[in-house]
Design a protein around this ligand. Structure first.
Ligand code: SF4
Ligand code: SF4
Length: 432
């Protein structure tokens, strides 16, 4: 645990007593929790973490142990699904982290890194484009391949391990599409806005294009609203709620008044936060109502496509496919059927359910960077499940999970392809 000092009374409210009181300590959530499954420790289970939150809420100190156990939580919300008492665990852990953030002064390195990533990199198109270009040069120059093949990265210790999880750059970046409108193919049935996120513009630019194509094939006029930006999900997970509010207002202004039937994302992690803007902005008298309107329009791409009359003019995709639930889709948004239903519509695609498909893969936003060891341990377990299916494609519905699973294939896999559900649909349409 990095050095820290407790500096003040909280400026952010911690977990609400009303939410904490809902836990009846039954333990039914324990086996749904990836960290408990790996470590077998009560303090790293949902029930144990809630117990520790109660101690702090009752005036107990913020100890290094508390920070560690809360930090090791993936915020995957698997426990929320398992809990019969309706404990809103996602809300609890976000509030616990916001309280920690407001009371703890971290070491200078941590503070500098967090300020750079959360305030200067993620919200800025220019900064992300520069970072993406540098990443591309690192890959295109052959340095990346050389570093991996010679094993030199091992000399850099933790930095070397993190490199395995680093995204690739996919020029031309999707930023170049922001502000454009793409017409529907055939009759226009819907007018939708697509929010492309932040890092996904750099590392999943082809996925963004595939998303637009699939929507066009389904009678959608697709607008990429010019004022959009990072959704703030990573900020919320890190306890930086004020910064997240700023980003939420920006996205709301970019979308409302655009006469859209739906606002879409292809990133389940972003969608979960985008759908909760009304909670984030509940105390903002100018934006609380607008946030509600925004959240009412917000849909995950799989949720939207499964809800409309899907264009079935698809060609065959001859692949055996398994599906990894993205936590923020399955547990955060309660969407499990839609991606599976879409896969079942693709001709000749063989589907094989993987065991424990809704247990987190260890990606969890920036978790795989900050809690790298635990993330890799969880990933190794996940790959045993994926390998057991014998599938040659691992599908999922979140770019963050795709990155993690790609690393999983490199480390423990058998050459599987990792694809978004939308990319498989796009392939089927192109094969028609
Ligand atoms: S959110 Fe995930 S990691 Fe955290 S306690 Fe719940 S199940 Fe465990
Ligand atoms: S969080 Fe829910 S499932 Fe877990 S111990 Fe508490 S009441 Fe039981």
């Amino acid at each position: 645990m990095a050095a820290f000092t407790v500096i003040s009374e909280p400026t952010a409210a911690g977990p609400a007593p009303m939410d904490l009181d809902r836990c009846v300590h039954c333990g039914l959530c324990l086996n749904a929790c990836p960290t408990y499954r790996e470590l077998g420790l009560e303090m790293d289970s949902p029930r144990g973490r809630i117990y520790q939150m109660v101690q702090v809420a009752n005036g107990g100190p913020l100890t290094p142990g508390y920070l560690e156990h809360i930090g090791l939580c993936l915020a995957c919300r698997g426990c929320e699904t398992a809990c019969p008492s309706g404990v809103p665990y996602g809300r609890l852990v976000e509030a616990a982290r916001a309280e920690i953030e407001s009371r703890v002064r971290r070491g200078w390195r941590d503070r500098w890194l967090r300020r750079f990533v959360f305030r200067h990199l993620l919200p800025s198109r220019v900064a992300l484009s520069v970072a993406g270009t540098l990443l591309y040069l690192y890959e295109a120059s052959g340095v990346k391949a050389l570093a991996r093949s010679t094993g030199v990265l091992k000399l850099f210790g933790r930095l070397g391990e993190l490199e395995q999880l680093a995204p690739s750059a996919e020029p031309p970046f999707f930023f170049s599409q922001i502000g454009r409108t793409f017409p529907a193919k055939g009759n226009r049935r819907y007018r939708v806005a697509f929010l492309a996120g932040c890092i996904a513009n750099i590392s999943f630019a082809r996925l963004g294009e595939a998303t637009v194509r699939v929507l066009q094939r389904n009678g959608c006029e697709v607008v990429i609203p010019p004022g959009q930006g990072c959704c703030g999900a990573l900020h919320v997970h890190a306890g930086l709620r004020e910064e997240a509010r700023h980003l939420a207002r920006r996205n709301i202004d970019a979308v409302l008044g655009g006469d859209y039937d739906a606002v879409l994302t292809n990133a389940a992690g972003c969608g979960s936060t985008l759908k909760e803007y009304q909670e984030l902005l509940a105390g903002d008298r100018h934006y609380a109502g607008k946030a509600q309107q925004f959240a009412a329009l917000m849909r995950d791409i799989t949720e939207f496509l499964a809800s409309i009359h899907l264009n079935l003019e698809m060609g065959p995709v001859r692949a055996t496919v398994t599906y990894q639930d993205s936590c923020h889709l399955a547990h955060g948004q309660k969407i499990r059927g839609a991606p599976r239903q879409l896969l079942s519509r693709i001709p000749e695609l063989q589907f094989r359910e993987m065991p424990f498909a809704d247990i987190c893969c260890g990606s969890a936003g920036t978790y795989n960077v900050i809690q790298n060891q635990m993330s890799l341990q969880i990933l190794s377990t996940k790959m045993q499940s994926a390998n057991a299916t014998g599938a040659d494609v691992i599908a999922t519905a979140n770019p963050g999970c795709m990155l993690q699973l790609q690393a999983g294939v490199r480390l423990h896999g058998s050459g599987q392809r990792v694809m978004h559900v939308v990319e498989l649909l796009d392939l089927a349409y192109r094969n028609f």
